[in-house]
Design a protein around this ligand. Structure first.
Ligand code: NDP
Length: 313
């Protein structure tokens, strides 16, 4: 490849982990280059109010927090660029990372902060209607269903949050839970169950989303009774968890059975020297903005120490 650039410290991903790594790495003089990836700002771009990040007594909007983090990283000289890492070769040093299939970065240290993306049910009608009312983001698309009925699939905190958000905008929200209980925290469950226009469909799976160009309804099945119920809908929201964005690393990095990068306990070191991982791409347990940011800080400090040893040798 003709288009080759050598960098000291490369950061892939732009959620709280990536930006925090960029803040620490730039202040440490590592001149980090950060590629924002396919979803600049990460999952916090899809949320509204963040109320549990320490230091914001009145909360802050997710997108605002990400724009502040980007500004903070830029202020100390981090080189923040648009572009997606499409391939890597970690068999050599420096490590090779291909951006948008056209540019090759040679990096002494690589910090992976590519996060996790929304999971889908896998129905044909779901992918066909993705641009016609099927969504994984209530904050992004709820507005289109103002005053109309919608469904949210899932039983975790995301589903509870999406349903609560949509209940403010839509006439009715059906929360479709596949078991007889929700996985969401007690406080979120209580909140969503107290809303008068939210109806929970327990033990229910989606058979098909109905509509040609746009969603008109969905067909649900009660898994205990086999009863089929068709409900008229304007929007269909899927909130069933996330998949770590690790496909391009699988040939080099040790991943767990769900595809999350395995890091050495108490650190951000992967199984390859000079490659570090932070944020949701290596954390399926906590998955909070604050824990992602904290591990981004750890990755920058680990990278700094690693780069210092390279200079000695
Ligand atoms: P979770 O993995 O916690 O929950 C996924 C939910 O989707 C489960 O109820 C699961 O059902 C259900 N599900 C999975 N696959 C299917 C399927 N094919 N069909 C139907 N239902 C399905 O994911 P979340 O995204 O909700 O949360 C992830 C993490 O982020 C959690 O730790 C959560 O606490 C946190 N979070 C916190 C928020 C907050 O505090 N404000 C907001 C959003 C998330 P089952 O239970 O049967 O497996």
């Amino acid at each position: 490849m003709n288009n080759v650039e050598k960098v000291h410290c490369l950061i892939i991903g732009s959620g709280p982990a990536g930006y925090t790594a960029a803040i620490y790495a730039s202040r440490a003089g590592l001149q980090p280059v950060l590629y924002q990836g396919a979803e600049p700002g990460g999952q916090l771009m899809l949320t509204t109010e963040v109320e549990n990040f320490p230091g914001y007594p009145h909360g802050i909007l997710g997108p605002q927090m990400m724009s502040d983090l980007q500004e903070q990283a830029s202020r100390f000289g981090a080189d923040i660029r648009t572009g997606v890492a499409t391939r890597v070769d970690f068999s050599t040093s420096p490590k090779k990372v291909i951006i948008d299939d056209e540019k090759e970065i040679h990096a002494d240290a690589v910090i992976i902060a590519t996060g996790a993306s929304a999971k889908w049910l896998g129905l044909e009608s779901e992918s066909r209607l993705r641009a016609g009312g099927v969504s994984s983001c209530a904050v992004c698309d709820g507005f289109f269903h103002r005053g109309k009925p919608v469904a949210v699939v899932g039983g975790g905190d995301s589903a509870a949050e999406e349903a609560s958000y949509l209940a403010k905008i839509c006439s009715k929200v059906y929360l479709v839970v596949r078991r007889d209980k929700m996985r969401a925290s007690q406080i979120m469950q209580k909140r969503v169950m107290s809303l008068p226009n939210v109806e929970i469909l327990w033990n229910t799976e989606t058979v098909e989303i109905l509509g040609e160009q746009t969603v008109t309804g969905a067909r649900f099945r009660n898994v205990l009774t086999n009863e089929i119920r068709e409900i008229e809908l304007s929007g269909f929201f899927v909130a069933i968890g996330h998949q770590p964005n690790t496909a391009i690393f699988k040939d080099y990095l040790a991943l767990d059975e769900q595809g999350y990068i395995i890091t050495r306990k108490g650190s951000t070191h992967t199984n390859i020297e000079g490659v570090f991982a932070c944020g949701d791409v290596q954390d399926k347990i906590y998955r909070q903005a604050i824990t992602a940011a904290a591990s981004g800080c750890m990755a920058a400090l680990d990278a700094e120490r690693y780069l210092a040893t390279l200079e000695i040798h």
